[in-house]
Write a protein that binds this ligand. Structure first.
Ligand code: MLT
Ligand code: MN
Ligand code: ZN
Length: 304
C-alpha cells in the first residue's frame, strides 16, 4: 500500500486567502519556517496503478499537477484520450474542503464515487454536482463496517466517528459529536498492512481508540493545537470542538487519546492555518513530535 498526502491543510488551506493570523502572516512575509499546504485529501493505492482518492479538495487540480502518480500516463494506451489513474473517490463527509473537488473530475472520466447514503444524498441534492455525468460516474453508497475493494487489492471499510453535518447545512441546534453517517473514518488495508484515515473527529470514544489498535499508520485530525485557538488568534469565535474537530492538546486532546495505544506511525493531517505546529521549530511543533506525532505536508508519501 502507498499513501500520498495531496493536501495536508484544513478547509481554507494554508495560508488561507484572506488570513493575517500569526501563522499566515509568516507565510505572507516569506518566512522559511512555514510551507504552504493545500486542502484536505489523500490518495491510496495497492497496485501502484489504480488510485483511490480520499476526499476531493477544491485544490484537486493543482494537487494532480504536483503528483506524477495521479497524472494521465502517456505510455498507457496510444488510443486513450481520457485516462486518469484516479479510479475511485471516497468522501468522508460533505464539507466543502472534501467535496468541492468533485467538480474538477467532471470531464467524462469514469470513476466510482463512494460515501455514506447521507453524504452522497447531500451531493445528489446539489444540482451543480450533476456535471458528473451519471453515464461515467457510478455512485456507490457503502455501509458502515462492510469492507469493499474500490481499487484492486485495497480493502476499505468506513466507520462512524463523532462529527456533525457540514457547515452549510447547520440549522438551529447542532448535535456536534453525533455518530451518524455524516462523518466517517476509513480503514485501509493491503498486503497485511493497515492504515486509518480520520480527517475530522470531535472526540475519541473508547471504541475508536480500540479500533485503531494495531494499525501501522494513523492519519488523524490535526485541525487545532488548542481548542480555543481561533479565538486566541483573533480570527473567529468558534472552538475546534464546535467545528467538529478535537484539539491536539489539553484534556481529551488527540495526543492523550492515543497515548499508550499500539499505533505505528501517527501523522496529523487536516491542519488549520492557525495551528502553530505549521511552524518548523516552534514549541508546539516540538511538543507534538516529542509526543510521537508527525505533521503531514503536501507531497508526503507513506508506505505503511
Ligand atoms: C471543517 O473541517 O470544519 C470544514 O472544512 C469547515 C469548512 O467547511 O470550512
Ligand atoms: Mn475540513
Ligand atoms: Zn491564518
Amino acid at each position: 500500500m502507498r499513501l500520498f498526502i495531496l493536501g495536508s491543510a484544513a478547509g481554507g488551506g494554508f495560508p488561507q486567502w484572506n488570513c493575517l493570523c500569526h501563522v499566515c502572516r509568516l507565510h505572507w512575509s516569506g518566512d522559511p519556517r512555514v510551507t504552504a499546504r493545500s486542502q484536505s485529501s489523500i490518495a491510496a493505492t495497492a497496485d501502484g496503478v489504480h488510485w483511490l482518492l480520499l476526499n476531493a479538495s477544491p485544490d484537486l487540480r493543482a494537487q494532480i499537477m504536483a503528483s506524477p502518480p495521479l497524472m494521465p500516463s502517456c505510455g498507457a494506451d496510444d488510443a486513450a484520450r481520457r485516462a486518469s489513474p484516479i479510479a475511485a473517490v471516497l468522501v468522508t463527509n460533505g464539507d466543502v474542503d472534501h467535496v468541492a473537488g468533485l467538480l474538477t473530475l467532471r470531464e467524462k472520466q469514469a470513476f466510482d464515487l463512494y460515501g455514506t447514503e447521507g453524504v452522497l444524498g447531500v451531493i445528489a441534492d446539489n444540482p451543480v454536482y450533476s456535471v458528473m455525468d451519471p453515464a461515467c460516474v457510478t455512485t456507490r453508497p457503502v455501509q458502515m463496517e462492510q469492507p469493499f475493494e474500490p481499487v484492486p487489492g485495497l480493502t476499505v471499510e468506513i466507520f462512524p466517528v463523532p462529527g456533525k453535518v457540514p457547515l452549510y447545512l447547520e440549522r438551529g441546534e447542532i448535535d456536534v459529536g453525533a455518530e451518524g453517517d455524516m462523518t466517517v473514518g476509513v480503514r485501509l488495508s493491503a498486503g497485511g498492512r493497515t492504515a486509518f484515515y480520520v480527517p475530522g473527529c470531535a472526540f475519541v470514544p473508547e471504541h475508536l481508540a480500540a479500533r485503531v489498535a494495531g494499525a501501522d499508520v494513523l492519519l488523524f485530525d490535526g485541525t487545532v493545537f488548542v481548542d480555543d485557538e481561533m479565538q486566541r488568534a483573533g480570527v473567529g469565535a468558534k472552538t475546534g470542538r464546535r467545528m467538529g474537530h478535537m484539539p491536539m492538546t489539553g484534556e481529551g486532546g488527540s495526543i492523550d487519546a492515543f497515548d499508550g495505544r499500539d499505533v505505528g506511525d501517527r501523522v496529523y493531517i487536516h491542519i488549520n492555518n492557525t495551528n502553530p505546529v505549521l511552524i518548523e521549530g516552534s514549541d508546539e511543533r516540538r511538543a507534538v513530535e516529542a509526543a510521537g506525532w508527525r505533521v503531514a505536508h503536501d507531497g508526503m508519501e507513506i508506505v505503511p
